[in-house]
Each structure stands twice: as structure tokens, then as C-alpha cells.
Design a protein around this ligand. Structure first.
Ligand SMILES: [Mg+2]
Length: 433
């Protein structure tokens, strides 16, 4: 019998604020960071599970403390039992009767659970010798629904309905797995669109995106409406009429402001408006969606859990659903959200970028294509060309598409040298400022 011997947690921060990479209307100077966990065992098989929570700097130490707080649930536990029943493992973490008070199922503790759950899936996939997307895609519909906690979902999605969705996708799985391996998954890029970039850099990066094969780019907006009009016009001129342009306000507006602002950008044929307002405000998103129709509202990167996604879908408050690999409680909860999206017929276009989010979330979209929605139509994964060099298996982009990963695991393992170099200490931080 092998057991988990430790959750090794570290505070890793990249000083990205010096170049304004990642700057938007709400997040002015992010230092892209990871509260990083390594699940260590005594199995002597050479495998560790890796996962993390993405943060943007200050508070990463709080997130690290959240992950540490889960050690008592896992350390000393039988590894095979944990990995063989990941539904029960997920519940043992989410339902801890004392830690649950800190949410419930939202914020620092829930994200900490996500890091640990993702690390356990990484370990399970490595032991199976499969990339995570393929491991999930080869599970039976019954095994997949057993991963999901339906307690708060049945008014929108029952276990039997989820089973029907998965069973109807099952016959095409192997054909879609071949398609995915042959031509990958479509992507869009936010690389040109950060608010802190000069006009020259915006135009140059927008043209490079088209040359690299992307069919969509995204620009940050919400600072100043006249500036936004000018920048979106520049981008539209740079990419031509056939490339889609999304805009992202990062929660900057109230309802009326959002509708008014978007109406002034509509002439540039906007593909979607992302995070127009507070991520918890379902009714405001629904009002904005009605007010800017037919431009879709996209949101989800800050959505706390599956219960919020359920309500947004019930209220028709989003038309593009953006999962994030490290916001909710890991793979299990994201599977619940993918099933909800399939039930409501809403395309899933994941949030990525940050530190390792591209590496992580591609597995979920690929699993969705093979085993859940069965479709890539109208779906794109975000891509940002930052920090990939720090990962053991960085994403491979070909002609604006994510190439299907073949390496075992969930993609979240950061190089040991990078973890050592960017481990945070307060004295480094004071010097860098
Ligand atoms: Mg965004």
C-alpha cells in the first residue's frame, strides 16, 4: 500500500508587472503567480502530482496557506483508494465540515481544493501513462457522472440527463479523438490586447496573430471609451474584416454603463463582450445581455463554482461560457460545468493565459470535444504567449490551434529550476519595487 506523504506547497511569483503584460482595466499591474502544490507519495514509482492556483501577486501567500490547510485530509491516506474514487475524494475535500465554513465552495479554500484535486488528477494521469484529456475521454459515462456532485444541480441537470449527454456522445469518441490528434483545437489570442501596450505594439501583435493563424483576437477595454474606440478601430484595421475581435472589460462597468459603452464599440463587429460587470451579479449580466443583443456576453473566469454557472445558464445571462482550470474545485467541478453547458447548448470558450492556465485548460476542452459536447464549432480556447517556457510540457500551437498534448499528466508541472528561481521571498519583492 502506498500513501500520500506530503503536500509540498510553494509561493511562486513572476515579476510581470514590470512589462505590463496582463494589464487590464481592473488589474493594473499583475505579478503572475502560482500557489503551487506537489503531491508527494511513498509509491517509489517516480510520479508526483502537480497543481496550482493562479493568482496575480499579493495574496499568493494566503492561497498557499489555504492549500496547507488541506494536508490533514490527504496526508497518510491510501493513494490507490483516493485515485480510484475521485468523486469521493473530491467530496472529502469540499465537504470538510470546518473548512467549509470559509466559503462555502467559493474563494481561497475552494481554489485551494482545486489545486489539490488537479494535482491528484495529474498523478492519476501520469500513473495511467495518458494525458489528462485522454484519460477522461476514455472513462465510461457512468464513471464520469460519478465524479460530479449533483446535490445543487438537479433543478437544471440531473444525473440521468448527464448520463444521456455522455452516452449520446460515446459512439463518436474514437473518431473525434483522431480528429483532435490530427488538427488540434481552435484558439484565439489576447497577446495583442493588453491595456498597457502602445498603439505600435498593439498593431504589430495583431498582425502577427493573423500571420500565426489565429481567427480571433481579444482586446482589453473599460478604461476610457474614446481610447477603446480608437484602439478597437486600430485593431480592426490591422486584422481586416474576417478576423473576430472580442473585448474584455474585466468587471469594470455597471449595467447602464456597459450597454452604453458596448453600443459605441458595436460598429467594429465585436465577437463577444467579456466580464462586463461584477462576476456574482447574475441579473445584471442578464440585463446587459438583453441590452447588447445580438452581441454575446462571455463570462466565467471569476465564477466561484458550478452553482453560479447553473444560475447564469438558467437566467440566460451568458452566451459564451468561460471555464478556468484553477478557479473552481478542479477537474471534477469543471466536468459538472461542461455538462451544464452541454445541457443548455452554450459553447465553452475557456479562460487561459496567466501562469500555466493554457497548459491546464486545453485538457478540459479536448475532453469536452471527445466525450461531452462532441463539437468544436463556435469554441475557442484563449491563448496568451507568456511564461510557457517554465513548464515541463508547454502548449504546442500550430496555425492558431492547440495541438493535442501526448505527455502523461495534466500539463501543470512547472520546471523545478523555474520553481526554485521564482520562489517568492519578501526581500526580493521589496528590492524589485
Ligand atoms: Mg478575461
Amino acid at each position: 500500500m502506498s500513501t500520500i506523504t506530503a503536500l509540498d506547497v510553494s509561493d511562486i511569483r513572476f515579476p510581470t508587472s514590470t512589462s505590463l503584460d496582463g494589464s487590464d482595466a481592473m488589474n493594473l499591474d499583475p505579478d503572475y503567480s502560482a500557489a503551487y502544490v506537489r503531491v508527494v507519495t511513498d509509491a517509489n514509482d517516480g510520479h508526483e502530482g502537480h497543481g496550482f492556483v493562479f493568482t496575480i501577486g499579493r495574496g499568493n501567500d494566503v492561497q498557499v496557506a489555504g492549500i496547507h490547510a488541506l494536508s490533514h485530509i490527504l496526508v497518510g491516506r491510501n493513494l490507490d483508494e483516493l485515485l480510484d474514487d475521485m468523486g469521493a475524494t473530491w467530496r472529502s475535500l469540499v465537504w470538510d465540515s470546518q473548512l467549509r465554513w470559509l466559503g462555502p465552495e467559493k474563494g481561497v479554500m475552494h481554489m485551494a481544493i482545486g489545486a489539490v484535486v488537479n494535482a491528484l488528477w495529474d498523478l492519476k494521469a501520469k500513473r495511467a501513462g495518458l494525458p489528462l484529456w485522454q484519460l477522461l475521454s476514455r472513462m465510461s459515462p457512468e464513471e464520469i457522472v460519478d465524479l460530479v456532485d449533483f446535490r445543487y444541480l438537479t433543478d437544471a441537470l440531473t444525473r440521468d440527463e448527464a448520463l444521456d449527454i455522455l452516452r449520446s456522445a460515446a459512439p463518436g469518441r474514437s473518431e473525434r479523438e483522431r480528429e483532435l490528434t490530427a488538427d488540434g483545437y481552435p484558439a484565439y489570442t489576447t497577446t495583442p490586447g493588453w491595456l498597457g501596450y502602445s498603439d505600435e505594439k498593439l498593431v504589430r501583435l495583431a498582425k502577427e496573430a493573423v500571420a500565426d493563424g489565429f481567427s480571433m483576437i481579444k482586446l482589453k477595454v473599460g478604461g476610457d471609451v474614446d481610447e477603446d474606440i480608437r484602439r478597437v478601430r486600430l485593431a480592426r484595421e490591422a486584422v481586416g474584416p474576417d478576423i473576430r475581435i472580442g473585448v474584455d472589460a474585466n468587471q469594470r462597468w455597471g449595467v447602464d454603463e456597459a450597454i452604453e459603452w458596448v453600443s459605441r464599440l458595436a460598429e467594429f463587429d465585436v465577437a463577444w463582450v467579456e466580464e462586463p460587470t461584477n462576476p456574482d451579479d447574475i441579473l445584471a449580466h442578464a440585463a446587459i445581455a438583453r441590452g447588447i443583443h445580438p452581441i454575446p456576453v462571455a463570462t466565467g473566469e471569476h465564477m466561484a463554482n458550478r452553482v453560479m454557472f447553473k444560475q447564469f445558464l438558467q437566467a440566460d445571462a451568458l452566451q459564451v461560457l468561460q471555464i478556468d482550470a484553477s478557479r473552481v474545485a478542479g477537474v471534477n467541478e469543471n466536468i459538472a460545468i461542461l455538462l451544464l453547458a452541454a445541457k443548455f447548448g452554450v459553447p465553452v470558450c475557456p479562460h487561459a493565459g496567466g501562469v500555466g492556465l493554457c497548459e491546464a485548460v486545453q485538457h478540459l476542452s479536448m475532453f469536452d470535444f471527445v466525450a461531452v459536447s462532441g463539437s468544436r464549432d463556435g469554441r475557442v480556447i484563449e491563448f496568451v504567449d507568456h511564461l510557457h517556457e517554465h513548464f515541463v510540457t508547454p502548449v504546442e500551437m500550430r496555425d492558431g490551434r492547440y495541438h493535442a498534448p501526448t505527455a502523461p499528466g495534466n500539463g501543470m508541472e512547472m520546471l523545478a529550476a523555474s520553481r526554485a528561481e521564482y520562489v517568492f521571498s519578501e526581500s526580493d519583492y521589496i528590492l524589485s519595487k
